[in-house]
Design a protein around this ligand. Structure first.
Ligand SMILES: Cc1ncc(COP(=O)(O)O)c(C=O)c1O
Length: 458
């Protein structure tokens, strides 16, 4: 390589430098390379660039992903590079209306300016210190979570599955603490059919889908799956067993968007109280404003001993939290649980920025209204379709159950510029848009979705 070629390759302003970065990083876009110092914008508008080059770039990135990344994800063949509000853009510049929110994470949409400001300012000051020190954002976030919920204390972690993992440990520890003289304190757990609590070994043991668990058996023993919504069976079982805790999603997300009834949750509460077992609400997907209530269980006026939250809390940065009553917290000692990254200043600052918006009653009321509007529109446009068995949901977590697999519809929508998810046995379209979605975007989404339905007849 000649000296000039070498210089141009390592020059951060050179196109070759940015191409090399793009090859190393799928998220790095050549078209986004800084050019301001050249005083001319040499970027061609994405739409005017040669489409065949972009096809190649996408397919190259997908090929590299297939080569270098452990193949545990069946990905949609789209390479996303930027987002704003409810829109996402792939590296070819195609725009998508995002009803997935990174699986119910991006509650404020993409690139919320207040969130971006809070995160960049905090990153400039202090990102991580570990939990051997105190830090202001962690305490501040915990105070806000406590003042806005049933809980007295918070434990931070990094994801939904970790939050449930911590809740499992806290439940066992609570039972040991409450039965100091018993050789065999209650250690069993109840979870429900169609539930999803995560992929790590404890949370996996509580997750009902057989094919998630069976390749990894033996998982944690002592979990019984009962029918979601069957009050009588649940009460009878809880009263008869040595149960440490009952784990339940007030609204099942992955399982197919099923909402509990008040009677069911209330009966679980009473049965747990009767035998001294803990009630854990997993609000990882349905919590934090998605239902139009800050916490889904507020709609039922039934309160847990422990609640696990994660996904939207830090607006896209990894966080999980376990909210507990003092009764539970008092059984936890130094060293019982911990995490290096959990609750660091950056992620907690991000979460404060999210909570500041979501916890606002006007914002929450808007979510409820938009959810009703979305569901009504779906019923109006799709209610008569022979493939639609049910349209259900709560706020902005909506399921459209089909009599056939939803994947052809998901693919057709993606090609038409709409991103949606599936749930249940793959026959439910799951709609979890950013909570900031506008009514116009709801209308556009329903129009695209309805327009793609004929693909189900092919
Ligand atoms: C209700 C529920 N609990 C737990 C989890 C696991 O969360 P994570 O993927 O952050 O580990 C999920 C993820 O979808 C979920 O929906």
């Amino acid at each position: 390589m000649s000296l000039s070629a070498l210089i141009s390759f390592s020059n951060p302003l050179s196109p070759a430098f940015h191409r090399s970065l793009a090859l190393k990083s799928p998220n790095y876009s050549v078209s986004a390379a800084p050019v301001a110092c050249l005083n001319v914008d040499v970027r061609a508008p994405v739409s005017k660039q040669n489409p065949s080059i972009h096809e190649k770039r996408s397919s190259e990135i997908i090929a590299d992903d297939n080569k270098y990344i452990v193949g545990s994800y069946a990905r949609t063949p789209v390479v996303l590079s930027s987002g704003k509000g409810c829109n996402l853009y792939d590296i070819e510049g195609r725009e998508y209306l995002d009803l997935t929110s990174g699986i119910a994470v991006n509650a404020l949409g993409h690139g919320d300016p207040d969130w971006v400001r809070a995160v960049t300012q905090q990153a400039d000051v202090l990102t991580h210190v570990s939990n051997i020190f105190y830090s202001v954002p962690q305490v501040e976030l915990a105070k806000r979570l406590v003042s806005g919920s049933f809980a007295d204390r918070v434990f931070f972690c990094n994801s939904g599955t970790e939050a449930n993992e911590a809740a499992i440990k806290f439940s066992r520890k609570f039972q040991r603490f409450s039965h100091p003289d018993e050789k065999d304190p209650p250690v069993g757990f109840v979870a429900f059919k169609n539930c999803f609590h995560g992929r790590t070994m404890g949370a996996l043991a509580l997750t009902s889908k057989e094919n998630y668990r069976s390749p990894f058996e033996p998982v944690m023993p002592g979990v019984t799956f009962l029918e979601y919504g069957n009050t009588e069976a649940a009460v009878e079982f809880i009263r008869s067993g040595k149960i440490a805790a009952v784990f339940v999603e007030p609204i099942q997300g992955e399982g197919g968007v099923y909402s509990a009834t008040k009677e069911f949750l209330q009966a679980l509460r009473t049965a747990c109280d009767d035998i001294g077992c803990l009630l854990v609400f997993d609000e990882v997907q349905c919590g934090l404003g998605r239902t139009g209530y800050l916490w889904a269980h507020e709609a039922y006026r039934v309160y847990p001993d422990i609640m696990t939250v994660a996904k939207p809390l830090a607006g896209g940065l990894p966080i999980g939290a376990v909210l507990v009553t003092e009764k539970v917290a008092s059984s936890i000692n130094f060293g019982d649980h911990g995490s290096t990254f959990a609750g660091n200043p950056l992620v907690c600052t991000a979460a404060i920025a999210v909570l500041d918006k979501i916890a606002n009653p006007t914002f929450l009321a808007g979510v409820g209204e938009k959810g009703n509007y979305f569901k009504d529109l779906l019923v109006e446009k799709l209610g008569g379709n022979s493939h639609v068995k049910e349209i259900r949901g709560f706020g902005l977590i909506i399921g459209v159950e089909l009599d056939v697999p939803a994947s052809p519809l998901v693919d057709a929508c993606q090609k038409a510029g709409l991103l949606i998810l599936t749930a249940g046995k793959g026959n439910v379209v799951r709609i979890v848009p950013p909570l900031i979605i506008s009514k116009e975007e709801v209308e556009r989404a329903v129009e695209i979705l309805a327009g793609c339905f004929p693909v189900l007849d092919d």
